[in-house]
Design a protein. Structure first.
Length: 129
């Protein structure tokens, strides 16, 4: 089987900013209301060190967005929704489409849904500076 290089066109900055805003609003509103018709599914996994987290966002809108931009959108949305300290805890920000997440075995099963995560456990953030 021949491998093909996948080419992703980086979306324009206004689309990136709009996706950041929608994702941040969805993160803040969970689990109350979905802001958009096709809401992102935000899954969080605690890293090996308990203060750090891995964020996985499954969203069909990532279909034509390159990996680097997906990560930037997620990181910026975390910062906008929860502040700088929470964004600094995000050691992995991985954006996936539903087929990609299924292929990788990423689903709500082994992960914490965002609404179940206690984001107010700010022990001592001085070590993050």
């Amino acid at each position: 089987m021949a491998l093909k290089k996948v080419m992703h066109v980086k979306p324009d900055e206004s689309l990136i900013q709009e996706m950041i805003n929608v994702l941040a609003q969805e993160m803040q509103s969970m689990p109350n209301v979905n802001i958009v018709d096709d809401p992102p599914e935000v899954l969080v996994e605690r890293g090996h060190l308990s203060d750090y987290r891995h964020y996985y966002v499954v969203w069909s809108r990532f279909d034509s967005v390159d990996d680097e931009t997906r990560s930037r959108i997620i990181f910026d949305a975390i910062r906008n929704a929860f502040g700088h300290n929470e964004a600094m805890r995000a050691t992995v920000t991985l954006g996936l489409t539903r087929p990609e997440a299924s292929e990788m075995g990423i689903s709500a099963g082994p992960f914490t849904k965002l609404e179940e995560l206690d984001l107010d456990d700010d022990d001592d953030d001085d070590h993050l500076l």
